[in-house]
Design a protein around this ligand. Structure first.
Ligand SMILES: Cc1cc2nc3c(=O)[nH]c(=O)nc-3n(C[C@H](O)[C@H](O)[C@H](O)COP(=O)(O)O)c2cc1C
Length: 356
């Protein structure tokens, strides 16, 4: 198939970042990017949430907010993908501009504010995905103007329990008023109990197995918040944790003229901070809660470090902005080399190796 990415690429830095993203989605929807057809090396196999994945590299939430390109992103070679964030009602998000490329820093700042088509439209699109499709998670958030965010999550769990392989409860968005209300212990405990009950009821009515439920945490946590989240997650029997979302911190190293924009920072400057939190969560949960490592991954070495620090799988978004879609192919090739170099038979046995 024709691969138009090399033709589009020179134009991308000239465009507003959100326009560039829309163009990428358009190219994917119209089949203009060559699918990645190289077979996955068996050493890349990993087990996540009770399923075997052909490789551990996932697409992070926020790229395909509206589930418009599920089949196309899977054909880019990802081992799994996460759509959303989805809110119960459609919402426009924050005023533009709200997405900024920090090219000198290999970073992105966004304050999108959960622009999305709402759960009904997105659920419908999920039902249209190819049957053979791999693992698809749904990232969930409450509406920005909601007076009852717990009820919003409940509506989302009701809607997506029959459709999702896993559901992510985003308790970490820096860009909306309700984004972090469940970061502390008692509200989080209450929320998770309620959502688990809804999931069980809907799954029983539909006669299906329970989809997994994960929480996604911010990187900017105090020690107390870290301990609380780890403890509640373990006690509630939550299936996994995604570490982490974007940061509100602004490291001194940032050079780009956009560095002071409000919003969440992702990409290279997030790598160390999110990897430290991943390692802390691995220790605090004694390696018993599956972790997905995300934040600043731009190479196989980065992905490998997250795996060694405790990630059963990883996700990325910002690196695609700078390296394009073929990053997935390169990362898979290079990660297989690293795993074999160190004598690991597969990703699964390398998980948490840095702690042994
Ligand atoms: C434009 C943009 C939109 C995002 N939207 C969401 C979202 O809706 N929900 C969410 O949990 N994370 C969202 N994220 C965060 C990513 O999923 C990821 O956690 C973060 O970008 C760190 O990974 P990266 O450094 O590889 O980009 C978004 C990130 C970006 C750049």
């Amino acid at each position: 198939m024709l691969d138009l990415y090399p033709l589009i690429r020179p134009a991308l830095p000239l465009m507003d970042a959100e326009q560039g993203h829309r163009m990428a989605l358009w190219a994917l929807r119209n089949g203009l990017l060559r699918p990645e057809t190289t077979p996955n090396d068996p050493v890349l196999t990993t087990s996540l949430l009770g399923r075997m994945l052909p490789n551990p590299i996932g697409l992070a939430a926020g790229f395909d907010k509206n589930a418009l390109v599920i089949n196309a992103t899977q054909s880019m070679g990802f081992g799994f993908i996460e759509i959303g964030g989805v809110t119960p009602r459609p919402q426009a998000g924050n005023p533009r501009p709200r997405l900024f490329r920090l090219s000198e820093d290999h970073a992105v700042i966004n304050r999108m504010g959960f622009n999305n088509d709402g759960m009904d439209a997105i659920a419908h699109r999920l039902t249209q995905r190819e049957k053979a499709a791999g693992m698809v998670g749904v990232n969930m958030a409450s509406n920005s103007d909601s007076t009852d965010p717990a009820n919003d999550f409940d509506l989302l769990v009701e809607k997506f329990t029959p459709l999702a392989d896993y559901m992510t409860i985003d308790i970490s968005c820096p860009n909306t008023p309700n984004g972090k209300v469940f970061q502390s212990k008692a509200p989080l405990e209450g929320l998770l109990e309620r959502l688990k009950a809804t999931r069980a009821r809907v799954a029983q009515q539909a006669g299906i197995a329970l989809p997994c439920m994960l929480i996604k945490s911010a990187p900017d946590l105090t020690d107390q918040e870290k301990q609380d989240i780890a403890q509640v997650t373990k006690a509630a029997g939550i299936d996994g944790m995604i570490v982490s979302n974007t940061t509100i911190a602004r490291p001194d190293s940032l050079r780009s003229r956009h560095r002071s924009e409000r919003g969440g920072l992702s990409g290279r400057p997030l790598f160390d901070m999110s990897t430290r939190l991943l390692a802390d969560m691995y220790k605090l949960t004694e390696g018993k809660v599956p972790l997905i490592g995300v934040g600043g991954i731009a190479s196989a070495a980065d992905a490998y470090e997250k795996i060694r620090q405790g990630a059963s799988a990883v996700q990325l978004y910002s690196a695609m902005v700078f390296q394009g879609p073929h990053i997935v192919h390169k990362m898979k090739h290079d990660l297989a080399v690293l795993l074999k170099r160190d004598g690991f038979a597969n990703v699964g046995v390398a998980v948490g190796a840095a702690h042994r």
